[in-house]
Design a protein. Structure first.
Length: 124
């Protein structure tokens, strides 16, 4: 794949992610639960778009999370992160959120994170 095709691919991903965010903002006034997935790690933020502030965050690179996810596969790590963000969101006084998966498909680690957050008490 040459650099022009790669650039085109990233532009498509960016447009898709921004379209999803635009629809989420227009549809509700709830905070947005934004997921970022890389090849090895997963992070999630609870973002209040009205005030432009991050209310809570969790990820596999945090010091306390590294010990919890050691020896686990990536899907199990995503489940642990989902539980952590749900606990932190509830502690921040938020129970209803909009799930922003960006351009990632609702499958695998993203789905595991979302389902574990739902089981821990978040509604979306």
């Amino acid at each position: 794949m040459d650099h022009l095709q790669q650039k085109k691919k990233w532009k498509k991903r960016g447009r898709k992610a921004m379209g999803i965010r635009r629809r989420l903002r227009a549809a509700s006034d709830r905070p947005r639960l934004s997921v970022h997935r890389s090849a090895k790690n997963i992070t999630v933020q609870l973002i209040d778009d009205l005030n432009g502030a991050t209310l809570a965050s969790a990820g596999t690179l945090e010091k306390d999370m590294v010990a919890q996810v050691a020896g686990k596969n990536k899907t199990e790590a995503a489940q642990i992160v989902g539980q952590a963000i749900a606990e932190r969101a509830i502690a921040a006084g938020v129970s209803d959120v909009s799930f922003d998966r960006s351009w990632h498909r609702y499958h695998g680690r993203v789905k595991a994170l979302a389902e574990s957050a739902r089981e821990a008490g978040l509604k979306f």
